[in-house]
Ligand binder design. Structure first.
Ligand SMILES: [Zn+2]
Length: 127
């Protein structure tokens, strides 16, 4: 028979066969760690998304609607993270961070805010 071991302290588990931890103490420690890892992960992603959004919104506030992709990279923009995306009729992808979005074309990012998308014929109604 294979003895189960506690995932927290690696000690053998005695008692009921459905027991997962050697003690309540280990179960609590294990679950707290699990939780805080998930929380940290979510917090890190939220921070990236907020930073992305801030970069886009500051450029838009300064009336920059077209910037080189490099400029966003230098500003610390993380292209891997966005809140949602859509594909317009011409096949272009629009990536949003909350209310700010961009389309990448020819080495440039074309920026806009959610409510302004209707002014761009190449952007669909973000469905
Ligand atoms: Zn244990």
């Amino acid at each position: 028979m294979i003895k189960k071991t506690c995932p927290e302290c690696a000690e053998p588990i005695y008692g009921r066969s459905d027991k997962k931890f050697c003690s309540d103490y280990c179960r609590n420690i294990y679950n707290n760690k699990l939780h805080s890892d998930a929380t940290n992960h979510i917090r890190n992603i939220n921070n990236i998304l907020r930073k992305n959004r801030r970069i886009l919104s500051e450029l838009l506030a300064a009336h920059h609607t077209q910037v080189p992709v490099k400029a966003l990279i230098y500003a610390g923009y993380n292209f891997k993270y966005y809140t949602h995306s859509s594909i317009c009729k011409s096949g272009g992808h629009t990536y949003y961070c909350y209310d700010c979005g961009y389309q990448q074309r020819d080495g440039s990012c074309h920026l806009f805010t959610y409510q302004h998308t209707t002014y761009f014929p190449y952007v669909d109604d973000h469905g």
